[in-house]
Design a protein around this ligand. Structure first.
Ligand SMILES: O=C(O)CCC(=O)C(=O)O
Ligand SMILES: [Fe+2]
Length: 402
């Protein structure tokens, strides 16, 4: 093969090694009338993928690349709005809805995360930046409905995979995106700014720039200084026009991450990404972080903590994170992703004993050591809302404690 700079520093990914299962959703029917044979086939494929790997890629899922790209353009437009306009849409913690600035989330409890996130749980235009950005609400609402429809198909296939009635999970997720605060399912738009080392400053700084095709964001790159409240510091920087387009300052210990290691809190997550930008996972039974890679157009599905509890870890929640890629040509591009977190209705009690008495519902099948989340759920049963609120408090700290 011709030797190029890009080939020289190529990193092996699970995809290049053929280790990510791919499920084809072509001809799966409509939301109202899914094709039974496809639901069954996908169910059987999910059973193998999710138990062995905790993830797989979905292709021909019906959500077009064009539609995803337009959503990322809308997010770029939002990030480019003046600070005081973005403030109006900030996530308050009453529910998960709203804008989350870089540095606010800390999945590992300490390392600030280099990303802009807009969480969407309610689809009406008053809760979305429709006024400053006409067209945002309609496009994002329509995309959220697409992800919801895809999730409803997967919920039915998941039931088949566990040999329980096809409607079992659907009934427990009947309020997704209903706007009535009965369900925490969320569409999250994410933008990870590009990172370029500033050699003039002897690598003390990392600079942001905008050279990627979907990289129209020209605005704030946050400043991370650890001693006081990071939120105040970012607010302070954000409001300062001189700092626009300039620097992300590293913590003294050099610690920065695009998204810290975590498992998702809900039933499962659907994830679309626009490029290879550092997504890593720990496959079940392995302690090694492995780069996933990027298959254009595909949507990744990974199991969350609630599905893990329900299935007694037969479908384990997948630890994942987004690192700053070591290859300069990759980290100097920004990255966009969209996650749809599929959650049960808030009042659904989540117990390992919920599933009808099948293989997944019997204690004898699973001989693996039990994780803390599983043990806790076994001792005391919480509803979906209590479980997720506890996890939000861990991620957002004090800002979520009301
Ligand atoms: O952006 C990504 O690839 C992952 C995001 C993620 O894991 C999350 O927000 O929970
Ligand atoms: Fe995640």
């Amino acid at each position: 093969m011709l030797k190029t700079k890009a080939n020289d520093d190529k990193v092996d990914t699970l995809l290049t090694k053929g280790l990510v299962p791919i499920i084809d959703l072509a001809h799966c029917g409509t939301e109202e009338a899914p094709v039974r044979s496809v639901v069954n086939r996908v169910g059987h494929q999910l059973q193998k993928c999710l138990s062995e790997k905790g993830l797989c890629l979905l292709v021909n899922h019906g959500i077009s690349d064009e539609k995803l790209k337009t959503a990322w353009d809308h997010l770029d437009d939002f990030v480019d709005l003046p600070n005081d306009v973005r403030e109006l849409y900030i996530r308050t913690g009453d529910d998960n809805h709203g804008y989350v600035r870089p540095g606010v989330e800390r999945f590992d409890g300490k390392t600030p995360e280099l990303r802009h996130a807009f969480n969407i749980c309610t689809l009406n235009a008053t809760n979305l930046p429709e006024e400053p950005l006409p067209g945002f609400a309609e496009h994002i609402s329509s995309l959220a409905q697409d992800f919801k429809a895809l999730s409803r198909f997967i919920l039915q296939a998941l039931a088949v995979s566990l040999d329980i009635p096809q409607s079992f999970f659907l009934e427990k997720h009947s309020h997704m995106l209903s706007g009535d605060h009965d369900n925490e399912s969320t569409l999250r738009l994410l933008y990870y700014p590009p990172i370029i080392e500033d050699t003039d400053d002897k690598n003390d700084f990392v600079k942001g720039s905008c050279i990627y095709s979907y990289q129209r964001c020209l605005s704030d790159q946050p400043d991370f200084r650890p001693e006081s409240n990071p939120r105040d510091e970012i607010n302070e920087l954000d409001g300062n026009e001189e700092n626009k387009n300039t620097t992300v300052r590293q913590l003294p210990n050099g610690e920065m991450i695009r998204c810290g290691a975590h498992t998702d809190y809900g039933t499962f997550t659907l994830l679309a990404q626009d490029s290879e930008g550092g997504l890593e996972v720990k496959l079940p039974g392995s302690e090694k972080w492995q780069r996933v890679g990027h298959l254009p157009g595909a949507i990744l599905i990974n199991c969350g903590e609630i599905l893990s509890i329900w299935t007694k870890e037969r479908y384990p929640a997948l630890p994942h994170r987004v690192v700053i890629p070591e290859q300069q040509h990759i980290r100097s591009r920004g990255r966009h992703s969209i996650a749809f977190f599929c959650h049960p209705d808030n009042l659904t009690m989540i117990s390992p004993n919920d599933l009808p008495n099948t293989e997944a519902g019997t204690d004898t099948v699973d001989k693996k050591p039990r994780k803390k989340s599983f043990k806790a759920a076994k001792e005391k049963v919480y509803n979906a809302y209590q479980l997720i609120q506890k996890r939000f408090r861990e991620t957002y700290g004090q800002q979520n404690s009301h």
